[in-house]
Design a protein around this ligand. Sequence first.
Ligand code: HEC
Length: 182
Amino acid sequence: MKIRPLPALAIAAGLALAAQAFRPDRTNPAVVAEPSWDSPRTRALAQRACFDCHSHETIWPWYSNLAPASWLVAHHVEEGREHLNFSAIDGSENVRKMIKEIRSHDMPTPDYRLMHASARLTEAERDSLVAGLERTFAPHLEPATPVEEHGDLVLPGSPATGIPPQGVTRPLAGAENPVPGL
Ligand code: HEC
């Protein structure tokens, strides 16, 4: 049988329209309990990268109005909120899991990063978010990745300068063991 293009197109359009009738729940319930953020910066980074799926402050994108994208987005948000909800903190949060997801680039999800430029954190922003989440959720934990404190600064004591480290003086020639027996 030869498929005539016009009726086929009409049927496809009809189906696409009918699909719009199945509207997923796109609600933002009231905020119940936020973490005691260690700093506004940590919250801002989490908001940029995580809140759309892990809070009650979801900014629903325009395509969340259109089936089938609407079903996908709503499903992500529903599932995301079940696993971790920054608007309904209940003590079950696992900061190690959050850090693992961030470090492995699994969260935010790749498809979400594709659509949301602001969720593409730089390496430095990721470090900042990880350290901030640690201070927020488990202040007693050791930092997962020690932060390089001195960067590229050339400090006294580094081989580049030849200057001895502060507080260390070179012994005078022949001054070793000035007091015999010590
Ligand atoms: C596009 C939506 C989306 C964004 C944005 C997002 N997540 Fe998720 N996240 C999910 C979904 C869906 C799940 C549950 C399914 C899964 O584990 O993949 C989840 C699961 C998790 C889990 C639980 C994993 C487990 O094994 O139990 C953690 C922790 C998590 N996300 C952390 C984060 C953090 C931290 C951010 C921000 C840096 C973030 N997510 C951003 C959708 C998202």
